[in-house]
Design a protein around this ligand. Structure first.
Ligand code: ADP
Ligand code: GLC
Length: 494
């Protein structure tokens, strides 16, 4: 058993307030799960310009207004606003770090139109990290643990160790730093370091210097009390090879004794085909036959013909290199030769938008594309597709394959990171397993795995067995939340 703790959870995205990917889902569900097992968990996130104060009942905290946050030679003003993240079984207090200068914008990390990162992302997240530590004392709430996530929060552990821990209020606070994606590192020029107010020893190779740059993620890895990654295989991959570690493998190796993988869960109150508000025909393991009605509905929406013999392949993804978009584009002619239909929902790099748009024009009967971010459609694609394709080059955990399992949408994935840890290869004769995996990052290998899936689809009895196997798996947060709680307790005991 673990003792109840005060946990401050930090993330630059939290569903339903702000989301670009899986981090937002984790930062929403994990705090709730930790709260449900008895901890006092609170969230602190930036108050982006697009977050509706009316919809989410966000209000000011009068005594937390106009707080000075030093950034280099400037001083920026911070206001704290407050609301709740309301889940099915619990609600979590959320503090919004507000600054019209830094966060009053339409995007989270980039300008939605130009798709360019905001030039002052360094200052924005210095402001956020420092701001959090500045408000804690004013709030009069001391967390036992501050749980940081990804580079945007990487400075919190170093601020705490190098500046704030001199104050008894902060002295005993411990930090956990979770890596959701080591490809995004928050590396900035040396001038950024000068804006942090941190002592010079931090800008050294033993500290947060990374080949002449100042690295926010390295700061998180080096100065936190414990580091985690979102699956076991990913934890291994990023500490063992440069291909996966993006240069941080050595840094992680040094932290080996305080570094572990904890796999993500999913929130079944949001992702469940039996209750999903966004799919017109609800279904469960017992009412599997209803799933095909969603397929008909979705195909109609995209003006595609329904063919019971052709499996519908779905993809919902950020359109970036990580997700294996290149493989899909390279293999397109091969995929289109198969008796399949394909629907892709995604947004990301311009080059992929252009290539996929051209393909959508070329294959209107078999392929439909929706560019953009669309929460409702993402649920519908899970509910309607027969196969979910996720050929990632690397995948720290991946949530979409977990949603797919629950929706009886058989995943075809590359055997990497969290995909390797959560999808079990099908044995067509025995009807065991939950999906299809391929190892080598090559279009031909992906096509072979897809072909195995398409072939089993022809044998509906065994196909349905595989669907059921996936639907019966349990990836609820309960287990992983307990692992985090045990980790917190272990760190505090030391
Ligand atoms: P990552 O965080 O690397 O993008 P995950 O599989 O962990 O990958 O999580 C992706 C999450 O983002 C899922 O909830 C998925 O449904 C959602 N998502 C990705 N792209 C879109 C999109 N274009 N529209 C709606 N939801 C999307
Ligand atoms: C990152 C990873 C993804 C993971 C998510 C939540 O966005 O790319 O694999 O599932 O974080 O941890």
């Amino acid at each position: 058993m673990t003792q109840p703790l005060n946990v401050l959870f930090l993330s630059s995205e939290v569903f339903p307030f702000a989301k670009t990917g899986g981090l937002a889902d984790v930062a929403s569900a994990l705090p709730q799960a930790l709260k449900e097992i008895g901890n006092d968990v609170r969230l602190a996130i930036p108050r982006y310009g697009f977050v509706s104060e009316r919809k989410f009942r966000i209000h000011e905290i009068i005594r937390l207004k106009d707080i000075d946050i030093p950034i280099g030679k400037k001083v920026a003003k911070l206001n704290v606003k407050s609301s709740f993240l309301i889940g099915e079984r619990t609600k979590v207090q959320v503090y919004f770090i507000d600054s019209s200068e830094f966060f009053g914008r339409p995007g989270i990390y980039q300008d939605p139109k130009s798709k360019k990162d905001y030039a002052d992302n360094d200052e924005r997240f210095i402001f956020y990290s420092r701001g959090i530590l500045e408000i804690l004392k004013l709030l009069g709430w001391a967390p036992h643990i501050i749980h940081c996530n990804d580079w945007q929060t990487g400075l919190v552990p170093v601020y705490l160790k190098k500046i704030y821990s001199r104050d008894p209020f902060f002295k005993n606070i411990k930090t956990v730093f979770t890596i959701h994606n080591i490809a995004y590192q928050g590396n900035f020029p040396k001038e950024t370091f000068q804006k942090t107010g941190l002592p010079a020893d931090v800008f050294t190779p033993e500290g947060a210097e990374f080949y002449g740059k100042f690295s926010f993620i390295k700061a998180g890895i080096v100065y936190s009390d414990y580091v985690t990654a979102v699956s076991n295989t990913y934890a291994k991959e990023i500490s063992e090879s440069e291909e996966y570690g993006f240069g941080m493998e050595g840094v992680l190796k040094k932290r080996k004794k305080k570094f572990t993988g904890i796999v993500n869960g999913i929130d079944y109150s949001i992702w469940n085909p039996d209750t999903d508000q966004y799919i017109p025909f609800k279904y469960s393991v017992k009412t599997l036959d209803a799933k095909v009605e969603n397929k008909k509905y979705l195909l109609k929406r995209f003006n595609m013909k329904f063919d019971p013999s052709a499996p519908l392949i779905g993809m919902v993804t950020r359109l970036v290199e990580q997700k294996g978009v290149d493989l899909v584009i390279d293999a397109f002619p091969e995929i289109m030769k198969m008796n399949v239909q394909l629907i892709i929902l995604g947004t990301g790099e311009k080059q992929y938008h252009a290539k996929l748009e051209a393909l959508a024009k070329k294959y209107p009967e078999k392929f439909a594309l929706q560019l953009g971010y669309d929460d409702e459609l993402s649920h519908l694609i899970e509910g309607a597709s027969d196969i979910f394709l996720m050929p990632s080059k690397f995948e720290p955990c991946g949530l979409n394959q977990l949603y797919s399992l629950k929706y009886g949408t058989v995943p075809v994935v590359r055997k990497t990171g969290g995909l390797a840890d959560t999808v079990k290869e099908v044995n067509a004769q025995k009807g065991t397993g939950t999906g299809f995996l391929f190892e080598t990052y090559k279009p031909g290998e992906m096509v072979k795995a897809l072909a195995r899936a398409v072939s089993l689809f022809g044998d509906q009895k065994n196909w349905q067995k595989v669907m059921r196997n996936g639907m019966l798996e349990d990836f609820s947060w309960t287990y992983s939340a307990r692992e985090y709680a045990e980790l917190y307790t272990k760190i505090l005991e030391k």
